[in-house]
Design a protein around this ligand. Sequence first.
Ligand SMILES: C[S@@+](CC[C@H](N)C(=O)[O-])C[C@H]1O[C@@H](n2cnc3c(N)ncnc32)[C@H](O)[C@@H]1O
Ligand code: SF4
Length: 451
Amino acid sequence: MSSDLIRKYNIPGPRYTSYPTVPYWESTGFSVQAWKDSLLKRFRENREISLYLHLPFCESLCTFCGCNKRITKQHGVEMPYIETLIREWELYLQELPYKPIIKEVHLGGGTPTFFSPENLEFLLKTIFRKAEVADAPEFSFEGHPNNTTKAHLTKLAELGFRRVSYGVQDYNMKVQIAIHRVQPFENVKRATGEAREAGYNSIGHDIIFGLPFQTKEHIIETIEKTKQLMPDRIAFYSYAHVPWIKGSGQRGFNEDDLPDGETKREMYETGKQMLEEAGYVEIGMDHFALKTDSLYKAVEEKNLHRNFMGYTTSNTGLMIGLGVSAISDSWYGFAQNEKTVEAYQAKIEKGEIPVFRGHILSEEDLKIRKHILNLMCRLETRWESPEDYFEELPEVLVKLREMEGDGLVEFSENGLHIPEKGRPFVRNICMAFDLRLQRNVPDTRLFSMTM
Ligand SMILES: C[S@@+](CC[C@H](N)C(=O)[O-])C[C@H]1O[C@@H](n2cnc3c(N)ncnc32)[C@H](O)[C@@H]1O
Ligand code: SF4
């Protein structure tokens, strides 16, 4: 890939787990009542829902981590937090005219298996008792090779979980020390083997390129080790350096310790080639899967969807996020919960849905959202007629024509697709559609670099 293209397109840009992206949500027009109305509108169209449960606690801080987490070794926090989650679920149920059908559950964090297997069982059984569960539900969780035990895996398998993703990041010791996450290969091997034995049919490993002190050789070493375990899926993330986000905890290294954009691109290309040689297929952005995995099947069946959980294999249209900082998505609106455990619990205690910000989508947002999802999930998008789309949004066309000149997109009669050369630039291509970003270019850093 040419260095000129990297220099031109390696700019700050969103990862598009939503459109509009969170910094562009409009508080005017948003209220908890507006959020409830949008939720109800979607629910009346489809009773099936996805549940995202945010379990924020971790025993130790990894200094690369951009997630919402709370570091503690005090396990006394488990039960009060679970009680709050259940109370929040009840608040949502009060809003719905009939019982929802739970189609998907994802436990994210933080470290969900910070909680004991018994406490997780209590939480999930209580939630399920108050709703219906779909016939072939898709339940997944984020595991941690250093603390997800066989007992966790077995208990969650009994409850219907078949998918787990483990944070691996990098196997090199120098990198592991820099990110404060020492995690030997043996731990990942054990956790992966135990998940297979417990009946999980989709085991994922998360690998990151662009970490402090990381080199291309480390990526080769990490992927060689990964090939020994052959997880069903691999998330191959670009390290998102966002130290300005409050509570990100990214520290202990300098910007100078991070590989530059061009080195990152080489890391990505090396990793991609090795994974493809090993039988993995690249899916959307950041993801690889074996052809036997449900993520690959979702691509074949054109069911791939993207939301705050990343890529998912179905689209229920209504995702309720429970827990601190969790984001809910009713298709017509987004809402985010309070970001500290204390503020979150305080609102629930008052009997309020603990949302502190959100956005109700306009007609234009809905149109753009569809295109961005198509590009992220299928690397192509279509419109009724060019006039219909671009007369209203001429700015989009100017940007896209320039990308066409650079070989990153190809136009067809009523649509466009992203060829292999454009694949690493999918975030940039989505940015061309992102009118909110174009109308209001930020003067401070909001997003990580696209490379
Ligand atoms: C929320 S973490 C939860 C996983 C679990 N707590 C663990 O550490 O294994 C999910 C994944 O997000 C990814 N992640 C977190 N911070 C990131 C960052 N700054 N840039 C890129 N990926 C990141 C990591 O790959 C991590 O495994
Ligand atoms: S990477 Fe996982 S374990 Fe580490 S701080 Fe983030 S959420 Fe916690």
